[in-house]
Design a protein around this ligand. Sequence first.
Ligand code: NAP
Length: 360
Amino acid sequence: MSSKKKIYIAGCGGMLGEAFFGVFGQDYDLRCTDIDVNEGWLSYLDFRDLDAYKKDVELFQPDYLFHLGAYTDLEYCELHSDDTYATNTMAVENAVYIANSMDIPLLYISTAGIFDGAKDVYDDWDIPNPLGHYARSKYAGESFVVQNVTNHLVCRAGWMMGGGPKKDKKFIQKIMSQLRQGKNELFVVNDKLGTPTYTHDFANNVKLLLEKEYWGLYNMVCGGVTGRYEVAVELVNILGLEKSVKVVPVASDYWKEEYFADRPPSERLVDKKLDLRNVNIMRDWKVCLKEYLCKYYQNYFLFLSIAFFFQISCADNEQAVTEEKYTLNEDFSEEIASIKSMDEFKDKIGKQIENKKYQV
Ligand SMILES: NC(=O)c1ccc[n+]([C@@H]2O[C@H](COP(=O)([O-])OP(=O)(O)OC[C@H]3O[C@@H](n4cnc5c(N)ncnc54)[C@H](OP(=O)(O)O)[C@@H]3O)[C@@H](O)[C@H]2O)c1
């Protein structure tokens, strides 16, 4: 029998669940469930069903319960408020009953979106004032956990980056998909401020808190403060597309048909408590964005010329590119192999790709 501690993770099939499975899977025995069974390592559970949830957790006898899942589409939540509270709030109450009845710690994921944006930056002790049904449902879940579970971890994430093309339902994937469609103008809001949060850093920081048993409520976002526009510009730069793709700043009104749910002008967080406890291992958002793109999107532009700019940009990253990922003709491979920097690449090869001298 395994001597590892056990964690039950509910709602583990999404962006964050993918990172949790990776980060916790090595050191813990996991049972991962979701309503959307999209991986071999997931089993079906609808956490709104208290009896089924309780039975499944009791059967596994975990040392910890992680309640990860929620509806995260703000427009869906605005239009389906009953379903939203049943899923994002009352299911969290289910998790609280189960954790308390088994006397085990509970992890709940909250969001930077519970603030109204009247301030520029929020620390862990600022008072939330949620604007729409998503934010209200998440804050109600947060409060219930904090008030009713002694050994709780409530970690507030910002704009999540993770899961790659398969699972990322958020901003980064929306931008990447426009680029893959060949768009050379991106219309990005310049009046929404926030802090990206890389799922892997988030999972690692949760693990650190758990192992130190530093229970409580924590802001947990990447380092640095930014906004949607700056994130898009940085993404385009990482891909090496700054000359060919224009990021056009627009006000939120531009997107009001698609994104009609109320969003705060600022949902920037600082990880004050993590800093004060000296356990903040969240890296800068730019470092994380690059790592995220290089790790998950290397094959995304396969057979498009922009794949080459991206390849070189990622070459100094951990997931350095291997030539066999792309089919290059001989001359091209040799020239690329001799190039040491992105600037040199653009000087020597970029123009030729643009002029279609080289075929990909
Ligand atoms: N994404 C962000 O930017 C962000 C920011 C701050 C905080 N958070 C919080 O982080 C947590 C993880 O979110 P995420 O980004 O990983 O979202 P995600 O990718 O949508 O993953 C959430 C998962 O929960 C599942 N789920 C929904 N209802 C369920 C139910 N009744 N029973 C079991 N599973 C259910 C979802 O299935 P379906 O796909 O079928 O709905 C999905 O697989 C959530 O608590 C979210 O509120 C997210």
